[in-house]
Design a protein. Sequence first.
Length: 154
Amino acid sequence: MTDTKSQIELTPKESELNTKQKKYDEIREQISKLTTSINNDTTKVGRLAILKIDGHSTPKQDEEFLRLKSIIETHKTSIKDKTASNATLLRQINALKNQIENDGKGEAATEQEVILKSKISETNKALSYLLKITDTTNLRDLIVYVEKTLPSNS
């Protein structure tokens, strides 16, 4: 599987994340359909119950009443199981996202060391020092300060 924008191969963790996310979405859709079915069947059961109470129900309607009540209970159990399964999947998805993000931070740190030709710890110390002596609080403010202070090359 590739990213269509840059044609970069997905890492195994990204592929696993996509697979788990698709499964989560499928189960969520199944839960939605089961919920709709329960609501529709509950409406039918209500109508049949009124007929039954009034004494106007046929044996076929009584049979349908029992069948629908059984289906509703089965669907409720299925929803409960699927919800538990999705909760587990969601925890796994979040853990994978965190791992992927941390892996990305590691790659970015390595790239930063190559670009700046110094270790991350040295870069952090230097940046902290520059922020302190320029009385700025973030990189953007530091850049603005430097642009205002130093003569422009243009």
